[in-house]
Design a protein around this ligand. Structure first.
Ligand code: C5P
Length: 226
């Protein structure tokens, strides 16, 4: 079954904990740069103490020794999943995979879901980038280096599942109901489409965090993901 991960992109940990009290069936949460910077590792410990699986999404992209050290720290903290940037290169990805051992799923972020082809092209100094090919290329590098999976937009899931085979985790942000605004995300789709195309984990933030009734919104995403 595909897991639904709530991205805890709230300004403060207390807001996130209040929200979690309304979502007793939630099993997975994602902590990114906002709450990790403000609240630190103690906040992660509070989440694991509640029995939640924690996805630490800090998208490391640094020299291999530094990334391996960060992965080791995440493993000791008890998180279940963490991200590195695939563009960090094979040596960095291999160092991350070795540091993770069997306890922690390290997955490679490919092209951010906020990029469309023109602005990704400007960032990397290329024109007419086919984002499907680019995500596929980065995904193959990540799996060859020993990572357990990748992050891609809903629009590349089908291609990546076909190229990577059944084993790797495919974690998919940019999930929206038809009525939700895309906001700063450029490549979005519904939970149902992402699941049918082979996603193992869906990441949803603002459509639940900013909903008038977050429990109802969460249930609607769960229903679509079933
Ligand atoms: O609010 P929204 O549903 O757009 O949140 C998506 C979450 O997924 C954010 O926490 C964002 O940092 C994360 N993410 C993403 N695109 C990636 C990797 C992570 O949107 N490629």
């Amino acid at each position: 079954m595909t897991e639904l991960i709530l991205a805890l992109d709230t300004p403060h940990g207390a807001d996130a904990l209040r929200l979690l009290d309304q979502l007793p069936v939630l099993h997975w949460v994602k902590v990114g740069s906002i709450l990790m910077t403000r609240e630190g590792p103690d906040f992660i410990r509070q989440l694991t103490a509640r029995g939640l699986e924690v996805f630490l999404d800090l998208k490391w992209h640094d020299i291999p020794n530094t990334v391996a050290g960060a992965v080791t720290a995440a493993r000791e903290l008890g998180v279940s999943m963490a991200t590195v940037h695939t563009l960090g290169g094979s040596a960095m990805l291999e160092a991350a995979a070795v540091a993770a051992g069997g306890d922690l799923a390290v997955i490679g972020v490919t092209v951010l879901t906020s990029h469309d082809s023109p602005n990704y092209g400007r960032a990397v100094g290329r024109t007419d980038v086919d984002l499907g090919h680019e995500v596929e290329r980065q995904g193959l590098v990540a799996i060859a280096a020993g990572l357990q999976g990748i992050v891609c937009s809903p629009q590349e899931v089908s291609l990546l599942r076909g190229r990577l085979g059944p084993e790797p985790l495919i974690v998919v942000p940019g999930i929206r109901r038809r009525s939700d605004p895309a906001s700063d995300q450029a490549r979005v789709a519904t939970a149902k489409d992402a699941v049918m195309n082979g996603a193992t984990h869906l990441v949803v933030g603002r459509p639940i965090l900013q909903a008038a009734d977050p429990a109802l919104a969460f249930e609607e995403f769960m229903e679509e993901a079933r």
